[in-house]
Design a protein around this ligand. Structure first.
Ligand code: LLP
Length: 424
């Protein structure tokens, strides 16, 4: 596997570029992405399915930077979008409209209209009400909207509760039991062309049996529909492929592809996949500086210049990202155990306890691994700290692909009303 982040003479590099030089040039906190790592993941996925690769619609919610989308689009990737903003990003980055799928439980009228006019590949429809709305908007525009129905297969994937989406009590999809009737209705609704079936059972899943259980139900439904004379053309299997954050074994891509092939053989359907994390997570790090060391009677804290404002996953899901010093310790150097925190004023701003690191002084650089997915996209202005900037590395080429948002820019859309003059 292509390793983008490696030590050379104890210095951590991204491809051909020392991270230290990026911190000097662009400051910290800084997201650093490896273009070649993304390409390698994309190609591994395509190769696993050779000679019949699926259409890979990159779930741009994982990392919506235009340069990241473009990197994958240039290889032939489509996009999975969940809002008008993401649709705009995909198009601006150069993704062809006919490779875009539009998912999400709350598509607004304006978003639906725009997507129809753009000519996207399909809407992944999440409810009976949405089906009617899309049909009505398409008719009003004098167009036909291509759709797939997203089914909820009632499968509890083994992953974090907050990112499982395929259980019957989750808000996503159409209950699989009531799906056949809705497919029949959709097939007859003017303004729509029924193209396919979609499902997505959650994120960060390693267990192939979870996928297989859900896919089996979807395939059984496709067969039932075909028997009733409702022919589909596409099967969108969603994303969710897991990535290692610590010492987990990598995702069994060959096993996944083999299961998918076996389950879908002979259906005559075009396959779509919507991976997000798998393509970009390991291609990124969050580079931070140590601000302070703080020893209390009970704990030793390492305080960084990035916190939950920059990388929310630990606070939100209890996720633990490996943390590497940019300067590796010598073999005989003493290591210490520290609780790693950000500067944000709440106790949930904790990356994790008991990280084992060399002794680091203020100004030292460290990098959170596996931060290319759901990192910058979930960052916020909380506490009005400057946002991280983003850099793309391609071999020895380096580009700033998103400037840091300083507090001045953060305040740009705010306004103090004239009538707030005095208070008595
Ligand atoms: N397709 C649909 C319909 C989705 O809802 C998602 C993710 C994906 C594809 C891509 O899933 P992936 O391949 O990246 O697992 N913020 C969370 C993850 C939320 C995932 C939401 N949906 C985290 O940081 O773990």
């Amino acid at each position: 596997m292509f390793e983008a982040f490696t030590y050379r003479d104890r210095e951590l590099f991204c491809e051909e570029v020392p991270l230290r030089t990026l911190a000097e040039r662009f400051g910290t906190p800084l997201y650093v992405y490896s273009a070649n790592a993304m390409r390698a993941r994309y190609r591994a996925l395509i190769d696993a399915f050779a000679p019949d690769p699926p259409l890979v619609c990159y779930a741009i919610k994982a990392n919506h930077n235009l340069a990241v989308i473009r990197t994958l689009a240039l290889l032939g990737a489509g996009a999975d979008v969940v809002s008008g903003g993401e649709l705009m990003r995909a198009r601006r980055a150069g993704v062809a409209a006919e490779k875009i799928v539009f998912a999400g439980v709350g598509k607004t009228e304006g978003e639906i209209r725009t997507a129809i006019l753009e000519g996207i590949l399909q809407f992944n429809v999440e409810s009976a009400g949405e089906l009617e709305r899309i049909a009505a908007i398409a008719r009003a525009l004098g167009r036909t909207a291509p759709i797939a129905l997203r089914v909820n297969p009632n499968v509890a994937a083994s992953t974090h509760d907050k990112i499982a989406t395929g259980r019957k009590d989750d808000k996503f999809g159409i209950p699989i039991e009531s799906a056949p009737a809705l497919f029949e209705h959709a097939a007859s609704l003017p303004g729509l062309s029924l193209e396919g079936l979609h499902l997505h059972i959650g994120s960060q899943i390693f267990d192939l049996d979870s996928f297989a259980r859900a896919y089996e139900r979807a395939v059984a439904l496709v067969r039932e529909l075909h028997a009733r004379g409702i022919r589909l053309r596409r099967l969108d299997l969603g994303g969710g492929l897991g990535v290692p954050y610590a010492d987990e074994a990598p995702f069994d891509l060959a096993g996944y592809a083999a299961r998918v092939r076996a389950l879908t053989r002979g259906l005559g359907l075009r396959l779509l996949l919507e991976p997000g994390r798998f393509l970009v997570a390991e291609a990124g790090v969050l580079l931070c500086s140590v601000i302070e060391l703080k020893q209390t009677p009970t704990r030793r804290f390492l305080i960084l210049d990035a916190g939950m404002n920059a990388l929310m996953r630990p606070a939100l899901y209890g996720a633990r990202h490996a943390l590497w010093p940019v300067r590796a310790p010598r073999a005989d150097e003493e290591l210490v155990s520290v609780d790693v925190v950000g500067p944000i004023c709440e106790s949930s701003d904790l990356f994790g306890r008991d990280y084992v690191l060399p002794r680091l002084a203020p100004g030292a650089l460290v990098a959170f691994r596996t931060a290319g997915a759901y990192g910058m996209v979930m960052a916020s202005d909380y506490n009005s700290r400057p946002s991280p900037a983003e850099v793309l590395v391609d071999g020895s080429a380096v580009a700033l692909v998103r400037a840091r948002r300083e507090p001045d820019a953060q305040m740009a859309g705010e306004h103090i009303p004239d009538w707030l003059v005095r208070h008595e």
